[in-house]
Design a protein around this ligand. Structure first.
Ligand code: CA
Ligand code: CA
Length: 64
């Protein structure tokens, strides 16, 4: 089982400390069962403070 930090770093491909909607979408859509609408909904759900990006704290809450 990989840690939340390892998963976060994998998704945060430009390593700026935040997961952008595009980064999360790219990651989620590697799974053929995930549609673009699913990915969008996940981003909105994960972005608790609605600043348009997902911090490590928000990501931790999402995968907990
Ligand atoms: Ca990023
Ligand atoms: Ca946020």
């Amino acid at each position: 089982m990989r840690s939340a930090r390892e998963q976060f770093d994998e998704i945060d491909t430009d390593h700026n400390g935040y997961i952008s909607p595009d980064e999360l979408k790219t990651y989620l859509m590697q799974n053929p069962k995930v549609s673009e609408a699913n990915a969008k909904a996940t981003i909105q759900y994960a972005d608790e403070n609605s600043d348009g990006r997902i911090s490590f704290e928000e990501f931790s809450d999402l995968i907990r």
